[in-house]
Write a protein that binds this ligand. Structure first.
Ligand code: HEC
Length: 141
């Protein structure tokens, strides 16, 4: 009895938050995306610029074994017309794939940016990581 209640409660929560999210998208599309891009740029400038610069050759580029990739070409490198939101979210978060990445030189940001959201669900990406992704998406060439 208790279990059934818990599951349906969870489903209700999930449906509820997804509905909220999609309505907020519908009503605010353009201007809210711009706001996210602006907030994301601020985060980018304080956390990422030192390595990635504007074109991937930031001030620290020569100090690292791996040259930081040009973040305006994330989509182009993948021959993709759409921005790979989930892949990049998980990459920046980094807590999951430090091991598989072997000699990752880029810092793990999940703790620093206090990423709490569900990184498996594109729609649920909000907060700082969502803002950063909006900014990165906006600079794709
Ligand atoms: C200390 C330098 C450094 C900092 C700071 C840094 N990066 Fe990186 N980043 C790298 C390097 C080097 C790579 C290449 C892969 C590796 O060695 O980990 C990379 C790879 C990436 C990739 C993968 C690109 C692709 O096409 O696969 C993304 C996305 C990225 N960084 C985003 C960010 C964001 C967003 C921030 C700020 C929150 C950030 N990086 C901060 C050095 C850095």
């Amino acid at each position: 009895m208790k279990k059934v209640f818990n599951i349906s409660f969870l489903v209700m929560l999930l449906v509820g938050s997804l509905t909220l999210f999609s309505t907020s998208c519908k009503t605010s599309s353009d201007s809210s995306f711009k706001k996210r891009v602006a907030r994301g740029k601020e985060l980018y400038d304080s956390y990422c610029k030192a390595c990635h610069g504007k074109t991937g050759d930031g001030p620290l580029a020569n100090e690292l074994k791996t040259t930081p990739p040009d973040l305006t070409k994330i989509s182009a490198r993948r021959n993709s017309t759409s921005f790979p939101v989930l892949e990049i979210a998980q990459y920046i978060d980094g807590r999951k794939d430090v091991k598989t990445h072997g000699t990752r030189e880029m810092p793990v940001w999940g703790d620093e940016l206090k990423v709490k959201e569900n990184l498996d669900n594109e729609k649920a990406l909000q907060g700082k990581i969502g803002d950063l992704l909006a900014y990165l998406e906006s600079i794709q060439e």
